[in-house]
Design a protein around this ligand. Sequence first.
Ligand SMILES: *Cc1c(COP(=O)(O)O)cnc(C)c1O
Length: 454
Amino acid sequence: MMKYYSTNLKSPDVSFKEALLKGQAPDRGLYMPREIPRITSSEIRKFGKMDYHEIAFTIIRRFISGQIDDTDLAAICRDAYNYPIPLEHVCDRKYILRLDQGPTASFKDFAARMMGRMMNYFLRLENRKLLILTATSGDTGSAIANAFLGLDNIEVVILFPETEVTNMQRKQMTTLGQNVHVIALDGKFDDCQALVKDAFADPELDFLQLSSANSINIGRLIPQSVYYFYAYSRLRNESDDDKAVFCVPSGNFGDMMGGMLAVRMGLPISRFVIAVNENDEFPTYLKTGKYQKIEPSKNCISSAMNVGHPSNLSRLIALYGGEMDEKGMIIRQADRDAMQKDLWAVSVDNAQTRQTISEAWNQYKLLLEPHGAVGWNGLNQYLSGLDQTELAGLLCISLETAHPAKFPDEINNLLAFQPELPAGLLGIDDKDESFEYLKKDYPAFKNYLLTSFK
Ligand SMILES: *Cc1c(COP(=O)(O)O)cnc(C)c1O
């Protein structure tokens, strides 16, 4: 049986099911698999001819030790991944992996849809209920709301920073109703996240059966390892030592941790490039070994990445033999030499992001939004430091994490046109919104939970 440990090392190991339903460990650490299953190179070859949902089944199955029946898991994967996943060729062997075609047009659909369906599977078997608390910087909220909407055994509470999400992002959460409850907080994403974490650690709320759908849930992380295999298996050449550079625009580091799990499973990479916006705490840490969270986090146009202390960082540090507590204190240093061999990190500011959107369009007719542009810029900065032999024939894949139509003003200002809305976003302007306002104050939030869900 695959066991999951807490990165704070003070809670007992649990099964996949428990880790999924709990979200955060009782000691406030994050769950990580004790062992990481191996995907062999001949399996990766076969992935090249398999559908996405079949690759997802093959990989996710290894992490759950039969706790979900194979037939059910296969059906869940087929149902969750029913949308296109384009690999757009840019030039040479450079590609954009578009993870923006799901129902809420952000890459978070990949994780949320899978996690919601797996949770529902276990809850239904046991006739249990859960109250999901989620902090969002924009896109998680709508992906979670959409993935859980209408599930009988789950209520969802979403907190978002009042002034930091776009109209479209807000409407994607507040127009759903049913079991989806939305709160606007007069604070930042980090404040939302702090309230959620406090609630999880509050024994007086135990009876509410709280759980998390943030990227701290291991059930969100594992599905995010799949698209790296998918992209690589389709773009690799015949040579067995063909290695890829992936570039991941990052905020809370869930996407990147999915990638790092993939690397430990056997995905052949040359480097993982981590591109962040002006919240540059991680590039600084990777360079110097000193970690200083950014409080308050900086507001950048790639708003879903405005994170001053990425919660998944403790997982990355654990993967490299170190220990970091939930406040960002490094208790034991990670093997930074090993980390630097796998990872390269860069901060991209707003001006560079905007310039990249313009240049990518003018040069290649490549349409990017701010998050994907941070990634594409970061990839190119990384490549500009390589020499000709390192560059020759190098496979490069940069992730586009949201649909450009979610940022109509930014795109219109830069490119003088409005991207076409994907199907899931059409008509949203005409729907009624419903949400509450709260101060960034734990007692007020606790009172809201106690009175709304007793
Ligand atoms: C959440 C998000 C990110 C950052 O992903 P993390 O897993 O938090 O690093 C990047 N782009 C978009 C569009 C997002 O919604």
